[in-house]
Design a protein around this ligand. Sequence first.
Ligand code: HEC
Ligand code: HEC
Ligand code: HEC
Length: 109
Amino acid sequence: MRNVPGNSAVVACLLVIMLGVTAAADTIGGGDIIFTPKNAKEVIFSHEKHVHDKGLKCTGCHYQIFQMTKGSYKMQMSKITKGDFCGKCHNGIKAFDATDEQHCARCHK
Ligand code: HEC
Ligand code: HEC
Ligand code: HEC
């Protein structure tokens, strides 16, 4: 009968781990990243939407495109439209095209 308390301890441990994972998944990368450019409306980057809804992997962006620290770069729009930063994907191929006037407001809100 020694197994019984052992098993419930394992179950309790698993529950703790699962709860921990759920809590962490709610705030991937600390949640939304908000950029506040001087001459444009703010841009909200949602980890939730990119990782959960679109199924992108952390390694798809970190560290090839972005560091894992907010504000690591001076991201100008001219660099994005040339295919850097968000523009690596937002080029009309992998995701909506950042150079298209119709799409400005999808990022700038
Ligand atoms: C589509 C691209 C993309 C994906 C995928 C992505 N991230 Fe990020 N992440 C970013 C951007 C953009 C920043 C902000 C970088 C900056 O401002 O220089 C960032 C920043 C972060 C930060 C720093 C937050 C802060 O407040 O300093 C952490 C931590 C992070 N990401 C973790 C993750 C983890 C973990 C995953 C996978 C579960 C992930 N990211 C997937 C784009 C991405
Ligand atoms: C994929 C998201 C995205 C789209 C689409 C987008 N932008 Fe941006 N934009 C950004 C980010 C990110 C920054 C940099 C924010 C920061 O770091 O301050 C930025 C910055 C800017 C700036 C600030 C000055 C500069 O040169 O960096 C202007 C102006 C701007 N965008 C205009 C536009 C216009 C006009 C469009 C549509 C043709 C557009 N943006 C579409 C993400 C986007
Ligand atoms: C690794 C590829 C990748 C990078 C880098 C990336 N995105 Fe995206 N993003 C996507 C994909 C894929 C979608 C979904 C397809 C679409 O909407 O065209 C998307 C969707 C979005 C959406 C729409 C979300 C919604 O459904 O409401 C916004 C806004 C956005 N991205 C902003 C950004 C900004 C800002 C950056 C840079 C800080 C960025 N993305 C960098 C791949 C990327």
